[in-house]
Design a protein around this ligand. Sequence first.
Ligand code: AG3
Length: 287
Amino acid sequence: MVIDSGEWFSEVCEEGGSAFSLKLGSKVHEEQSPYQRIAIYETARFGHLMTIDGFVMLTGRDNFIYHEMMAHPALFTHPDPRRVVIIGGGDCGTLREVLRHPGVEHVTQVDIDERVTRLAEKYFPELCESNDDPRAELLFADGIQWVKDAPAGSIDVIMVDSTDPIGPAEGLFREPFYRDCLRVLTERGVVVQQSESPLYHTEAIILPLHRRVREAGFAASVALHFPQCSYPSGWWTATLSARSGDPRAFREADARDRGFETRYYNADIHRGALAQPEFLRRRLESL
Ligand code: AG3
């Protein structure tokens, strides 16, 4: 449900019994794409806001936290990431962060909806500044099918930067998708997936996700958590799953000496994001 009073945008989170609001300037664009309703607003203090079907996807002000945490922990966990796939991520924010890693040779971004990318190019140009990088390949297709069709052992890191697990993204939270991911990953491959709020969605989304990746054959999975004030509860997770080895181990010296600028991520943040809050630790250990 959306309250669009003209002055404030609110995303109501029914399961959390809460809402998050942003003071608006004006709605600058709205359209129904073949897949979803996309709106762009100008806000008073958060830059541009993109919503899909009434849910906040990103704001100009705080998307750096989410995008850096989608990209860098996974890339510093893999020993030598060269081939990366982003499923979803049409705003290109995750893509930009991945391309900061000089060792990455090829990144394929597979978003079902080309309109998200076209609108990001217009309203979030800073996120799209690396789209012309020769290592980047932008595809507009169904990511679930793309992974199904990809050759075995061809990808080092899969990043799932999707909407909530309702509608087109639902299949990205199901076991058959994780089995396909496992097959296309190289020996030390990892998957990182946006996985909603630890406060609101531990039982309904986070635990089932960890259970499914492990049942699909991943060696281990861990929750990374970080603040994201514009998403429900203001607190978010990414689930990092390793085909082999320990997803808690990362190239800490490389993370410290990364040679590119970040605004949120650093080696201490990485370590901190791996520290499990007691309620989550207990529930994950019970799996
Ligand atoms: N990915 C969306 C995360 C889910 C947000 N959920 C919500 N607001 N209820 C965003 C794409 C950023 N690249």
